[in-house]
Design a protein around this ligand. Structure first.
Ligand code: YXS
Length: 268
């Protein structure tokens, strides 16, 4: 039986570099820029190429006019059968770490809707510039999936606990004006100014001392990522998460998406 065709990573993203600003455009509209391993490797490969070409700032965007910036983790690639769906080695987690430790600012430029793990992706960028079409939703409860502790820390590093709980427990998209009010985005600009506004900031940052920018970014990462947790507490949390991803509800969440129907969760 022939192997299913998997397009090379570079075909899911488009890259350009202008005056030390690298631009990565997500380009898989057929799957609403779902964060597949191929697309995520495309982002990582582009970051490494930009570093080699002397870029100073990176902008991560979707195609102009795209209704969906990214539909989040590629659900068809989420592991089942008792495997942690957001394990350390997951392609999305790898890319989040890559962006958070990348030695230059990465700016998320958002037009359209951002779902699930793509919300974690834009939060892992150094800042977000959005237009009025942007919405943001974090959706593990739609699948019965136990979000990972590192991912929750990404949210805790940015937002008050009550807002995080509302977003995780409702899985409802928040609109651009609310995202601005809650501090999710740095700037909310008119649709026709999004690209100019974002690139102006990027080009301005690119004139600053890159070594100082890189070390300040890394200092801020280690200071915010460092959250001591007792081994026993971590093991208890992992046990709780395993109960969730081994549950019939998680299987139901995935099946319901694949069958294009609403899930029926029974609490086991
Ligand atoms: O039916 P075809 O083959 O054309 O494929 C459809 C969808 O199945 C596919 N697609 C996806 N495939 C894999 N993973 C996804 N996340 C995903 N989203 C979409 O793309 C084709 C077009 O989708 P369709 O017809 O639904 O497009 P639409 O324009 O009507 O609706 C766009 C969306 C984004 C509103 C809709 O596709 C949607 O609700 N997608 C799922 C969004 C979501 O729940 N994402 C969370 C993924 S899980 C995740 O990120 C984390 C692990 S967590 O769960 O913790 O948040």
């Amino acid at each position: 039986m022939s192997e299913p065709f998997v397009a090379p990573p570079e075909s899911f993203v488009e890259t350009t570099i202008v005056d030390k600003v690298g631009i990565i455009t997500l380009k898989n509209p057929a799957k609403r820029n779902a964060l597949s391993e191929g697309l995520l490797d495309g982002i990582t490969d582009a970051l490494h190429a930009f570093a080699a070409e002397g870029a100073r700032v990176v902008v991560l965007r979707a195609d102009a006019g795209t209704r969906v910036w990214s539909a989040g983790h590629d659900i068809s690639e989420l592991p089942r059968g008792g495997v942690d769906p957001l394990r350390y080695a997951d392609p999305l987690e790898r890319t989040l770490r890559e962006i958070r430790s990348f030695p230059m600012p990465v700016i998320a430029m958002v037009h359209g809707s951002v779902w699930g793990g793509a919300f974690d992706l834009v939060l892992s960028c150094d800042m977000i510039v959005a237009d009025s079409t942007a919405t943001f939703a974090i959706t593990p409860v739609n699948l019965g999936l136990p979000y990972n502790t590192t991912g929750l820390l990404h949210f805790l590093g940015r937002l008050p606990l009550n807002l995080i709980k509302e977003m995780f427990f409702t899985a409802s998209p928040i609109k651009a004006d609310v995202a601005m009010q809650w501090g999710v985005v740095n700037h909310l600009v008119p649709e026709d100014q999004l690209e100019t506004f974002t690139l102006d900031i990027a080009h301005h940052m690119a004139t600053k001392a890159p070594l100082a920018v890189a070390v300040i970014k890394e200092q801020l990462r280690v200071l915010t990522d460092f959250q001591p947790i007792a081994a026993q507490v971590f093991e208890r949390i992992q046990d709780m998460r395993r109960t969730v991803y081994e549950s019939a509800d998680y299987q139901e969440g995935i099946s319901a998406f694949e069958e294009k129907r609403k899930p029926v969760f029974r609490g086991h």
